[in-house]
Design a protein around this ligand. Structure first.
Ligand code: UDX
Length: 475
């Protein structure tokens, strides 16, 4: 849709799910829609907004509107914040279940009030609501304000499809299997075969009475009432899964959704202050540095962090390691081996957060030890950086299957999840990833990742790429 003065621009309200891995693609979706002539009202929670502002202070002035720079480039993006029902000082990570209960039972009333206000007072008139699939109120609110109901899915279509068919998993006894079922799941439409160990962690857990289970099951009842589903994936990457979904509901694969030019976004999205890493990387040889990050949400055990640290030392490979202060848990702040930071001087850089796309697109990066968050996988493919896969939670087990078993662009970090991680294993795996010699079987990794990268690039090609086409069809 081009800007057309004779018609009102379509106006979408976009509500971002209040987690880092969801806010980032949501912001870039907003930018992309605005660049096609949409007016956007983008909604963050007060808490996410506050964290972004705290993280960016002393870096760039954002006038307390994260889109202010985007506005300067002529895009019509308005910015609002909404309460998630908790005071700002409430620790959402420490009180995770209480926070999730708030998102399930309380948040809708706040969104309802805000959307009503925007609908009543906006020009151009609001036509649609784009809400993250994990929200449980989209159909109620879009119906109330007569808006088109669009669900935005930020993870692979495979994960969506497995949640979508939760009832089939229950019927076949694979949901929360107390018998530790190991037989292949081969009855989900669009999924040829998947092992139970590759299901999302919530589908494997034996305690299914948690608040997260309630939230996800309600969200996937909701999504069945959406008018459209848009997914941050690529048709050619997951053709069978997407075709099966497309038979059920209008579903558009429009990914990968990245900032323009895969460059640092003009819009602040980081919840932690970013450390500058590129100067340090400039002094390293090409493909010599391992990037290590476990994303924004997952926790690791103290033992695993210690063994990874010792394994990094043993490997003698250079590395950048993003270690969030709450990586082990919010109240355990001392988790690195004594003297570790002294021992790695010059060879290793530890930061609490960085601009990941800036780091992994640097020519010095040769591998990524990742928790397999979907954004991280897409970004790594885009940069042609092979993966060492260490899934910790939620969709990451399923994402690992796609990366390692299906596309063969990564290695498993632990081949047997029942065996503890040891420093020797860590060092060996890092060597396999980083010190591949020509002729090694693992050079296949590079060939495969180049192929998958080409698939992403083709999908975004302005001349008939599938994601571009789907984006236009969706609009
Ligand atoms: C969560 C889930 O864990 C993930 O599996 C799901 O797909 C999305 O929600 P998260 O754990 O944060 O996301 O992982 P990921 O999907 O990889 O997203 C992290 C984002 O933060 C990426 O876009 C990455 O570029 C960015 N990031 C990460 C930084 O900018 N700096 C960092 O230091 C680390």
């Amino acid at each position: 849709m081009e800007n057309n003065n004779n018609h009102q621009n379509p106006h979408a309200i976009i509500v971002a799910y209040p987690l880092q891995g969801h806010v980032i693609p949501c912001v870039h979706l907003a930018m992309k829609l605005a660049s096609k002539g949409f007016t956007i009202t983008f909604v963050n929670t007060h808490s996410i907004h506050n964290q972004i502002i705290e993280a960016t202070s002393n870096q760039t002035a954002h006038d307390h509107d994260i889109f202010s720079d985007a506005l300067k480039s002529g895009l019509d993006i308005r910015y609002k914040t909404v309460s998630d029902g908790f005071p700002l000082e409430f620790d959402r990570s420490l009180n995770h279940d209480q926070f999730m209960a708030g998102l399930l039972y309380v948040f809708s009333a706040h969104v309802d009030r805000l959307v009503g206000d925007i609908v009543r007072n906006s020009d151009p008139q609001v036509s649609c609501l784009i809400a993250d699939t994990f929200f449980v109120w989209s159909s109620m609110i879009s119906k109330k304000y007569n808006l088109i109901n669009i669900s935005f899915w930020t993870e692979p279509a495979l994960v969506f499809n497995l949640y979508y068919h939760w009832d089939l998993l229950i019927a076949h006894g694979h949901f929360a299997s107390i018998d530790n079922r190991e037989d292949t799941i081969d009855y989900i439409p669009g999924v040829r075969a998947i092992e139970p160990k590759n299901l999302m962690s919530y589908l494997q857990a034996t305690d299914t009475s948690t608040i997260v289970h309630k939230l996800i099951s309600k969200a996937f009842e909701e999504v069945k009432m959406a008018d459209f589903i848009i997914c941050n994936t690529v048709q050619e990457l997951e053709p069978a899964t997407l075709s099966a979904l497309q038979e059920k509901q209008p579903t558009y694969a429009i990914g990968p959704i990245f900032p323009t030019g895969f460059a640092k976004s003009p819009v602040a999205t980081s919840l932690w202050s970013e450390s500058e890493c590129t100067q340090w990387l400039h002094n390293k040889p090409p493909k010599s540095v391992l990037y290590v990050s476990f994303g924004s949400y997952a926790h690791a055990s103290k033992n695993d962090i210690v063994e990874i640290a010792e394994g990094l030392l043993l490997s003698e490979v250079s590395f950048i390691w993003v270690l969030r202060p709450d990586i082990v848990s919010s109240d355990e702040t001392e988790f690195l081996p004594v003297g570790f930071e002294e021992n790695i001087k010059g060879r290793g850089l530890i930061v609490t957060w960085c601009c990941q796309i800036e780091v992994i697109s640097h020519s010095a990066i040769g591998g990524f030890l990742t928790h397999c968050g979907w954004n991280s996988i897409l970004e790594s493919i885009w940069c042609g950086v092979p993966l060492l896969c260490f899934p910790l939670l939620t969709d990451q087990f399923t994402n690992r299957k796609l990366a390692v078993d299906d596309w063969k662009i990564g290695l498993n970090f632990c081949d047997d999840k029942n065996k503890p991680i040891t420093r020797k294993l860590v060092s060996d795996k890092i060597h396999r990833l980083m010190r591949r010699k020509s002729g090694d079987g693992d050079d296949e990794l590079i060939k495969n990742i180049k192929d998958v990268k080409r698939t992403l690039e083709n999908a975004l090609s302005l001349a008939n790429g599938s994601s571009e086409r789907n984006f236009h069809r969706f609009i």
